[in-house]
Design a protein around this ligand. Structure first.
Ligand code: HGY
Ligand code: MN
Ligand code: MN
Length: 426
C-alpha cells in the first residue's frame, strides 16, 4: 500500500502545542507540575476539556461505566470493526505534561488533519481516553483498559478501594459514571487494530538520534502491597534488642527488592519500592507499622516471576528475624504483550512512504516498551502496537518531562498515515 496520507494533509502543530499547554494547566499542583489523579476535580475538568475538543472536531463522544471516553469518526462502512487510537490524561503526583497526553491530543490532531484533507475512512476511527492508566488512586494501573480487555472482573473493579476506603464504584458514581461495569469489557475483535502514540519514557531514541520507535513488546508489570506490623513503643524505653521496628524491616525489604532485580541475568528486570509509609510517625516512637508498594517488571515473564519469588522469600526471612508481622498482597501480575508484526510492518511501510515523499525524516527502529500502557490490555481485544517519540533525556514521571514540538508532529504524522492505512482496509 502506498502512502495513505491524503495529498492535502497538513498538521496544525500550533493547536497541538496550545492544547498540551492548556491541559497541563488543569492540575492539582502548581505549574509546571502536573498531577491528575483519577476522578479528582482536575481529572474531571481535563476530561471535559478533551471531550469538548473532540466534539468541536466533529466526533461523537460517549463514556462507558468505567469512565473510558470514546470519540468516534463514523466510517463509510460503520458495521466493520473500527480502528482505534488513544492513551490517558491522568497523571501521577509530580508528573510532566506529555505522558499519555501526546497519545490523546496527538490522536485527535491526526484525525482532525485527515478530516481537513478530505480523507474518508472505510472503517470508523475511535479515539479512546482511558480511565486511570496510572495506579495512583487504587494502586492498580490501566484500570479502564484492564476492564475493557477482560483482565479485571467488573465486580472486583468496583470493590477496589483507595487509602480512605472509598471504592471505585463510589468514585465513578460521583464522577457521573454510575452505569453497570458489565457493559465495559469488549469482545475480542471489537476493534480491527489499536495503535497508541506515546513518549518513549526512556533514553534510547534520543541516544540513537532516531525519530520513531515502533513497539514489538510491552514489559510485564507486577505490583505488590506489603503491610508490616511491628510493636512500636517508646524510643527511649525500648532497648535495641527488644525492638520489632516495622520501618527497619521495610528498609531491608526495599533493599531486597533492589537486590532481586540486580541478581537477575538481565537488565530488563527492574524493581522499585515507590511507596513507603510508616506510622505512627513521631520522632520518639519506634515505627509500629509500615506499608510498601513494590513495582516489579521484566520483558520476560519467568524472569520476573523468579525475582518476585526471591522478594517473597526475603520478606519472610526478614520479618521472621525481626519479629515483624507481614501481609503481602499481589495487586497485579500481568504477562507481557506481544505487538502485532503485521501492524508493525504497516507502520514501517508508511514511514518509508513518508520519507520518500520527503515529508519528514522518520528515522526509526523497533523496540521494547519498559513502561506499561493501555496497549498492554488492548492486546487482549485486537492487534496492537505503539508509536514512540523521543523525550529529553528519557525523563518521565517528572515535571521536567519534555518532548520537542517537531518530535510530536513527526509522531502524529506517522500515526495519521497508519490510521489512514488501517481505516482504508477492507
Ligand atoms: O508505570 C508505567 O509504566 C506507566 O507510565 N503508568
Ligand atoms: Mn505514566
Ligand atoms: Mn503513559
Amino acid at each position: 500500500m502506498g502512502l495513505s496520507l491524503p495529498a492535502g494533509f497538513t498538521l496544525d502543530g500550533t493547536t497541538i502545542h496550545h492544547r498540551i499547554a492548556a491541559l497541563a494547566a488543569v492540575s492539582e499542583s502548581p505549574a509546571p507540575v502536573v498531577t491528575r489523579v483519577l476522578f479528582s476535580e482536575a481529572d474531571l475538568a481535563a476530561r471535559r476539556l478533551v471531550a469538548d475538543w473532540c466534539r468541536e472536531a466533529g466526533l461523537s463522544t460517549r463514556t462507558d461505566a468505567a469512565g473510558n471516553v470514546f470519540a468516534r469518526w463514523e466510517g463509510t462502512e460503520p458495521d466493520r470493526p473500527p480502528v482505534a487510537t488513544g492513551s490517558h490524561i491522568d497523571a501521577i503526583p509530580n508528573a510532566g505534561r506529555f505522558d499519555g497526553v501526546v497519545g490523546v491530543l496527538g490522536g485527535l490532531a491526526a484525525i482532525e488533519a485527515l478530516r481537513r484533507a478530505g480523507f474518508r475512512p472505510r472503517r470508523s476511527l475511535e479515539l479512546i481516553v482511558f480511565t486511570a492508566e496510572e495506579p495512583t488512586r487504587f494502586g492498580l494501573g490501566c484500570l479502564g483498559s484492564r476492564i475493557m480487555g477482560g483482565a479485571l472482573e467488573p465486580a472486583a473493579a468496583d470493590r477496589l478501594a483507595d487509602g480512605a476506603g472509598k471504592t471505585f464504584f463510589e468514585w465513578r458514581s460521583g464522577a457521573g459514571c454510575p452505569g453497570d461495569l458489565a457493559g465495559v469489557p469488549l469482545e475480542p475483535g471489537h476493534y480491527a487494530a489499536f495503535v497508541e502514540l506515546h513518549i518513549e519514557q526512556g533514553p534510547i531514541l534520543e541516544r540513537e538520534g532516531l525519530d520513531i520507535g515502533v513497539v514489538e513488546k510491552i514489559a510485564a508489570p507486577a505490583a505488590l502491597r506489603l503491610r508490616l506490623t511491628g510493636e512500636g513503643g517508646h524510643a527511649g524505653a525500648v532497648l535495641m534488642q527488644d525492638r520489632h521496628d516495622a520501618l527497619l524491616a521495610g528498609a531491608e525489604i526495599a533493599l531486597a527488592v533492589e537486590q532481586a532485580a540486580r541478581d537477575s541475568s538481565s537488565p530488563d528486570t527492574v524493581g522499585t519500592t515507590g511507596v513507603f509509609r510508616i506510622g505512627p510517625g513521631a520522632i520518639n516512637s519506634v515505627p509500629a507499622w509500615a506499608e510498601l508498594e513494590i513495582d516489579l517488571r521484566d520483558t520476560d515473564l519467568p524472569r520476573r516471576e523468579a525475582a518476585r519469588a526471591q522478594i517473597e522469600r526475603a520478606v519472610a526471612e526478614i520479618c521472621g528475624r525481626r519479629g515483624v508481622g507481614f501481609a503481602l498482597e499481589t495487586i497485579n501480575a500481568d504477562p507481557p504483550a506481544i505487538c502485532d508484526p503485521g501492524l508493525i510492518a504497516e507502520i514501517m511501510s508508511q514511514m518509508e512512504e513518508i520519507r520518500r515523499n520527503r515529508r519528514r525524516r522518520c528515522s526509526s527502529r523497533t523496540m521494547v516498551s519498559r513502561a506499561y500502557h493501555d496497549t498492554l490490555f488492548m492486546a487482549r481485544v485486537c492487534p496492537v502496537t505503539m508509536i514512540f517519540i523521543p523525550c529529553r533525556g528519557g525523563v518521565s514521571h517528572r515535571p521536567d518531562e519534555y518532548a520537542a514540538p517537531e518530535a510530536i508532529e513527526t509522531g502524529v504524522t506517522v500515526l495519521a498515515a497508519s490510521l489512514a492505512a488501517l481505516a482504508s482496509e477492507t
